[in-house]
Design a protein around this ligand. Structure first.
Ligand code: NCD
Length: 337
């Protein structure tokens, strides 16, 4: 895969070699994300950040990643704050905004919208999530986290046992992660969801066709007993026809410390793309797990900065210039790890 100048729209663009490339550049970013060193390599560069759906992690970590490389960020955060609300097409918006930026990250509720936007953009576009379709940077940071967590236990992604739990129908993070894991060998997938929110058939078929074992169930406790990774998700209520319909599925699966202790192997790693829905009627991942050392959710969010820095570095072709433009930090830095 040639990263330089490319759009990142789908994880289908990646093979294992390209994934390894992203991960090795992400590793190289650690001293910058940890505030041990500063680099100004992207001084003068502008990221256009366009989030037309709610976002905290993806929006801020893409922005922070660009800032940490020395670039600046221009944000548009709501449809009503942009001319799309006046009927402007993605084509026109892309033609205009690509004149103001070196690279653009975009999130929008319509599946395929980011690709449509990218086809008119004059600069590289990264998909920050398009409806329930894809979320490539999330899947890359999830896989990077899985790899790191497993390495600590002497395991690899090949032969992984992963349970994906919750809204697998509308969850774009799960969709993209499944496509990436498909590239590895002998992954055992346990898909835990109500039948109405099952992983779409085309994903299940593609995983089976690639030789992976896929078990589907609606029972949580029976299916978390033999897993390296539990990957929980929020009910994607904004994608349901009505709030009432979404509420039917909230709270069906809840992981807390006592269920974890009773049913999981001692080293099972707990992941979630976040946000977790901590309201009483949902609470899929209880706060009583916060001190559990196997809860990897905040390691995931930290890894998001490394992976997003790596994507910018590869697309803008600066990987071998980063260290040349760097120095030690000169302010107090809190210990992050
Ligand atoms: C996910 C998303 O937006 O798809 N969040 C994120 O980007 N970390 C998952 C979700 O919203 O539930």
């Amino acid at each position: 895969m040639d990263f330089v100048g490319s759009h990142i729209l789908s994880v289908s663009q990646f093979d294992r070699e390209a994934i390894e490339k992203v991960f090795s550049v992400a590793d190289q970013m650690t001293p910058y994300a940890n505030r041990q060193r500063v680099t100004r390599v992207l001084e003068g560069a502008i990221l256009g950040s366009m989030f037309f759906e709610p976002s905290t992690r993806t929006r801020v970590s893409f922005g922070s990643a660009f800032n940490l490389l020395g670039g600046e960020v221009r944000e548009t955060t709501e449809v009503k704050a942009s001319s799309i609300s006046k009927g402007e097409s993605f084509y026109d918006t892309a033609r205009v905004l690509s004149g103001y930026s070196d690279v653009i990250v975009m999130r929008h509720e319509i599946e395929g919208s980011v690709s449509e936007f990218a086809s008119a953009s004059r600069v590289p576009v990264l998909n920050g999530g398009d409806g329930s379709n894809e979320h490539p940077s999330q899947a890359l940071l999830d896989l990077y986290t899985i790899r790191k967590e497993l390495a600590g236990q002497g395991k690899q992604i090949d032969n992984l046992r992963i349970s994906l739990i919750g809204d697998l129908r509308y969850g774009r993070a799960v969709h993209s992660l499944c496509k990436l894991l498909k590239l590895y060998n002998n992954v055992h997938f346990t898909l835990i969801s109500p039948p109405e929110l099952a992983l779409p058939g085309e994903y299940v078929e593609a995983l089976r066709a690639a030789g992976h074992e896929v078990v589907e169930s609606s029972d949580l406790q029976l299916n978390i007993t033999n897993a390296d990774i539990l990957y929980l998700t929020r009910t994607q209520e904004e994608r349901f026809p009505s709030q009432q319909e979404a509420d039917k599925y909230k709270g069906l699966y809840r992981l807390n410390q006592s269920i974890y202790t009773e049913f999981c192997e001692p080293n099972t790693v707990i992941m979630h793309p976040l946000p977790r829905d901590s309201r009483g009627n949902a609470n899929e991942l209880d706060n009583d797990l916060n001190e559990n050392p196997n809860l990897a959710i905040f390691r995931q969010t930290d890894n998001g900065v490394l992976v997003r820095m790596a994507l910018f570095a590869l697309i803008l072709d600066i990987t071998d210039q980063i260290d040349k433009h760097s120095r030690a930090v000169n302010w107090y830095t809190a210990k992050r790890f």
